[in-house]
Design a protein around this ligand. Structure first.
Ligand code: AMP
Length: 471
């Protein structure tokens, strides 16, 4: 799927291309067409799923079309004040009349949303977005409001102040977004939200995003939306208890390749899916693995449907033991023989991590999901941990130790460091998954000449797992 096929305005398509976005995430693929249609929505998705663009792109699309249809001109409240001054009249402050309001729980998120909006709206200069936040100097906020921005991104408390002092008038509001609604309720903003919603027109479009749609947030969502489309994106609900996840830190590409070779020689491996970031890498790695004697094949979007079908068929029949794939191509693969998933590259979106590891552990079996991570990518692991609300233990294989240890202290939240976690590069048993006396296949092949000190791949059974619920 492409952004063009979602029917977005050309100025937005251009901005997305400049941002390096090639395809919509799944929340975007579902929410953008509904958003363009003007539907209300209740969406359960989290940071990392691409939710900001999911609500902002349809809104920007709408405003771009409106500004195409309207001639340029019209004065901002600021300009009107100046011209009344020049006419010798006493200037009257005119309230800002935004077309869209995004409510967020925190200042940081509001700023993030505004920055993303500027990026997506870079080619539509007639649409302005500003954030109104607690802690920002009052004169600065007045100056921002005097520009009469189309889009206002605000935390509830400060917004109420401006509403009550007549600085904002919501009579022209078309779109209301509640971002991270569950967090806003946790932070006690319910009364403020109710008050703000009551000040907006009945006919508005409402989009609510939240990690969960249960309980109080679900009740509120139902009250403020009309016939909403409900979108649920895989997240923390998929704990994948039957899949052993772990991270192996690698120093460089050659270390990574040796590690991959070692992992694929694991005796307990029946079939594996290796995920790469690009189609080219999928081809290159599949070729290299074939030369090394593995029955490997690539699967990606540049392949003709016939070739894809043949590859999937080979995988199902067990003729292909290692599939090297990109995210999109591997979605939905359901082959019970897949015992291992290897993230040769980490996914771009945490949500894709969940889809990837779900390729193993099918049909009630157990699976292993290993991520090969450069030290510089630690933040990406944290994003995944925050999304899945699980820690991914770090494991070190004897003979494949990274030169740099990853033993910084961690906090007690998934996505942070804490002393005592099994993230400190602890050595873990190498033999958990190996069969005694097993000989590695393809000994002496050109691919991966690293030491072989055992065919096990870590300590899946012994590594601690934590979730928010267990804290
Ligand atoms: P969000 O969930 O909105 O916080 O977005 C998470 C990250 O993904 C942000 O850094 C976005 O810039 C990025 N992002 C969102 N949509 C896409 C996309 N379709 N392609 C690439 N990156 C994206």
């Amino acid at each position: 799927m492409t952004f063009e096929s979602l029917g977005l305005h050309p100025s937005i398509i251009k901005a997305l291309a400049e941002s390096g976005y090639t395809e919509p995430t799944s929340v975007q693929a579902q929410a953008i067409p509904a958003g363009i249609e003007g539907r209300d929505m209740m969406v359960s998705s989290q940071t990392g799923s691409g939710k900001t663009a999911a609500f902002m792109l349809p809104a920007l699309h709408k405003f771009a079309i409106q500004s195409d249809e309207q001639p340029a001109g019209g004065k901002t409240p600021n300009q009107e004040m100046q011209s009344s001054r020049s006419r010798g009249e006493r200037p009257r402050f005119k309230a800002a009349q935004p077309k869209m309001l995004v409510l967020t729980p925190t200042r940081e998120l509001a700023l993030q949303v505004t920055t993303s909006t500027d990026k997506y709206g870079a080619f539509n200069r007639r649409v302005k977005a500003v954030s109104i936040l607690g802690g920002m100097p009052y004169p600065k906020q007045m100056q921002l409001l005097s520009r009469n921005p189309e889009i206002l991104v605000a935390t509830p408390g400060r917004l109420i102040d401006h509403m009550e002092s007549g600085k904002i008038d919501f009579s022209q509001l078309q779109i209301l977004v509640l971002d991270e609604a569950d967090r806003m309720l946790d932070m006690g903003f319910i009364d403020d939200i109710e008050k703000i919603v009551a000040a907006t027109p009945e006919g508005r479009q409402t989009m609510l995003f939240s990690a969960t749609l249960d309980g109080m947030v679900g009740n509120m969502a139902k009250r403020i939306t009309r016939d909403p489309l409900i979108i649920q994106i895989a997240g923390s609900a998929s704990k994948h208890e039957n899949i052993q996840q772990r991270v192996h830190f690698v120093d460089d590409l050659s270390h990574k390749n040796r590690m991959l070779d070692h992992l694929l020689r694991d005796e307990t491996m029946d079939q594996a899916v290796v995920f790469t970031a690009t189609k080219r890498d999928a081809d290159t790695i599949a070729d290299r693995l074939n030369i090394a004697g593995f029955a490997a094949a690539a699967l990606h979007g540049d392949m003709h449907q016939g070739a894809r079908n043949r590859t999937l068929d080979g995988l199902r029949r067990g003729n292909i033991r290692v599939l090297v794939a990109t995210d999109v191509a591997a979605r939905g693969i359901d082959v019970p023989g897949i015992t291992h998933v290897v993230n040769y590259d980490l996914p771009k979106f945490p949500e894709d991590y969940v889809h990837r590891i779900g390729r193993t552990g099918r049909a009630g079996r157990n699976g292993i999901a290993v991520s090969l991570v450069n030290h510089a990518e630690g933040m990406n692991v944290k994003r995944i941990e925050r999304f899945t609300k699980q820690l991914i233990p770090v494991s070190v294989i004897e003979g494949f130790e990274p030169k740099r240890s990853a033993s910084a202290p961690r906090s007690n939240k998934p996505g942070g460091w804490k002393p005592g976690d099994n993230r400190g590069g602890n050595k873990t048993s190498q033999r958990t998954f190996s069969k005694p006396g097993s000989a590695p296949r393809n000994e002496g092949s050109g691919f991966g000449k690293g030491p072989r000190t055992g065919s096990g791949t870590g300590n899946p059974a012994g590594a601690p797992r934590r979730s928010f619920g267990e804290r």
